[in-house]
Design a protein around this ligand. Structure first.
Ligand SMILES: O=c1ccn([C@H]2C[C@H](O)[C@@H](CO)O2)c(=O)[nH]1
Ligand SMILES: [Zn+2]
Length: 133
C-alpha cells in the first residue's frame, strides 16, 4: 500500500465533505494493519464547534467497523501548504495510533510532509495519565 494510494483515497473524500460554512473540504485516509483503507471527511454543523474533522471521522469510522490497529494516516486539503491537523485530532490520533506511526500531511499540489504521531503531539495525555492514588 503506497502513499499515492492513500492520497487517492483521501482525495476522493473531498467530494463528500459537508462544508457549507467554511467551504474548506478535507479528506483523510487511515491504513489498517490488515491493509484496509478507511476514509473520512470533515462534517460541519451550524453550531460550529460540533464540526467533526476529516481525521476524526476516519478514525471513528474505522473503530466503528471494528478496527483498532493502524499503520498510517494521510490527510489532504485544497491548500497552498500541506494541511495540519488541529489539536483535537492530534489528541484522538494519539489515542488510537502508536507514537511512531507515520502521518502524511498533504495537499492537492502533490506536496507531502511525513510526521510521526509523537511529533504531532509530544506529551499527549493518555491512559497512564489517568492513574492516581
Ligand atoms: O486538519 C484539518 C483541519 C481542518 N479541518 C476542517 C474543520 C473545518 O470543517 C474546516 C475549517 O477548519 O476544516 C479538518 O477536517 N482537518
Ligand atoms: Zn481536527
Amino acid at each position: 500500500m503506497s502513499v499515492a494510494q492513500l492520497l487517492s483515497a483521501a482525495t476522493k473524500l473531498l467530494d463528500q465533505a459537508y462544508v457549507p460554512y467554511s467551504h474548506f473540504p478535507v479528506g483523510a485516509a487511515l491504513l489498517t494493519t490488515d491493509d484496509q483503507i478507511i476514509t473520512g471527511c470533515n462534517i460541519e454543523n451550524a453550531s460550529y464547534g460540533l464540526t467533526n474533522c476529516a481525521e476524526r471521522t476516519a478514525i471513528f469510522q474505522a473503530v466503528a467497523q471494528g478496527h483498532r490497529d493502524f499503520k498510517a494516516l494521510l490527510v489532504t486539503g485544497v491548500t497552498d501548504e500541506v494541511i495540519s491537523p488541529c489539536g483535537a485530532c492530534r489528541q484522538v490520533i494519539s489515542e488510537f495510533c502508536t507514537p511512531e506511526m507515520p502521518v502524511y500531511l498533504t495537499n492537492q499540489n502533490q506536496q507531502v510532509a511525513k510526521m510521526t504521531v509523537q511529533e504531532l503531539l509530544p506529551g499527549a495525555f493518555d491512559a497512564e495519565d489517568l492513574d492516581h492514588d
